[in-house]
Design a protein around this ligand. Structure first.
Ligand code: 13P
Length: 328
């Protein structure tokens, strides 16, 4: 497990999050004017996973339950296609968020019921790591302590079960960028959330060396009138992480969370321009890797090669950002 965690944050590489749930994938396809059908979702994922040479910049891919069971047109299971590319297959195991009773506007992540059995099945299908996303809304009186604790506790129970199954847990507490809050407020809440998460991980005997953290970058809310520069974001992000994340964690793989692809890469580059930190600082991007692919593909087979080239290009730029050598 420790070897897998280290391989996922190998120099110059990062993770492709291709684990959109069926409703989320429908939104992504609608944005390019397409209806979401099982064959179309399969064709799109095949395009991603068979992009020639993605293993040079992509260490792992996070799959969704439907996706891990799908095959290429030639009948090769997706986890096997990824292995042949030198890419580690992973699986999203949470069941999405559900309203936290008595706390309007706050959510907790579901999916612990039956998780042990599902992990056994995913492991037998070739998954070597897992992901669970907790979502924290920031606003007037939010997040509450109850919400932060409930989400941290669920993340720890998930992570312990994942390690029991011999997989690496990616622990993802996302403080959303929705709202008009300041960068400073995002920093305070991010530290509070991460502190609760690491307390619970310790209590639940999670082996940090065999885990990865997938946090938000520290950003002003997207409706905030005050914009922040890449260096300011990088400094606030690294300071928040240094405050709380134990050095035993091998790597931190940022989510993109609604930043544009260029913004996410530029900020990852700025983060890696900071003085060396105890952990590898990498990416686990969904939208920031796939947006240019969807734009190039538009659901037309004739565009497959161009769409794969767009993925390779974006992945290579993020690989460069890991070495602080991204030039837009
Ligand atoms: P984004 O990079 O689009 O935020 O997706 C990453 C992810 O896996 C969210 O759970």
């Amino acid at each position: 497990m420790i070897g897998t965690a280290q391989a996922l944050v190998a120099p110059g590489k990062g993770i492709l999050a291709a684990d959109e749930s069926t409703p989320t994938m429908a939104k992504r396809l609608a944005a390019i004017g397409m209806e979401s059908t099982e064959p179309r979702r399969r064709a799109y994922r095949e395009l991603l996973f068979t992009a020639p040479g993605i293993g040079e910049f992509i260490s792992g891919v996070i799959l969704f339950d439907e996706t891990i069971r799908q095959r290429t047109t030639d009948g090769v299971p997706f986890p096997e296609v990824l292995r042949r590319q030198g890419v580690i297959p992973g699986i999203k195991v949470d069941a999405g968020t559900t309203p936290l009773a008595a706390f309007p506007g706050e959510v907790v992540t579901a999916g612990l019921d039956g998780l042990r059995e599902r992990l056994g099945e995913y492991a037998s299908m070739g998954a070597r790591f897992a992901k669970w996303r907790a979502v924290i809304h920031l606003g007037e009186g939010r997040p509450t302590t109850a919400c932060v604790e409930a989400n941290a506790h669920a993340l720890a129970r998930y992570a312990a079960l994942v390690q029991e199954a011999g997989l690496v847990p990616i622990v993802e507490p996302e403080v959303l960028m929705d709202g008009a809050h300041s960068l400073e407020r995002c920093a305070v809440v991010t530290v509070e959330v991460l502190r609760a998460v690491y307390e619970q991980l310790a209590r639940h005997r999670v082996v940090l060396e065999a885990s990865l953290l997938k946090p938000n970058m520290v950003l002003p809310g997207q409706d905030s009138p005050v914009r922040a520069g890449d260096d300011e974001i990088a400094e606030a992000t690294v300071m928040a992480l240094r405050e709380v994340v134990p050095a035993a964690v091998p790597g931190i793989v940022f989510l993109s969370g609604g930043q544009s692809d260029e913004e996410a890469t530029a900020r990852l580059d700025a983060i890696n321009r900071m003085p060396a930190q105890p952990w590898e600082l990498s990416f686990s991007f969904g939208r920031a890797l796939q947006a240019p692919v969807l734009r190039a593909w538009r659901g037309d087979d004739a565009n497959t090669v161009a769409a794969q080239a767009a993925l390779l290009h974006r992945a290579a730029l993020n690989g460069a950002a890991r070495r602080a050598s991204y030039r837009p």
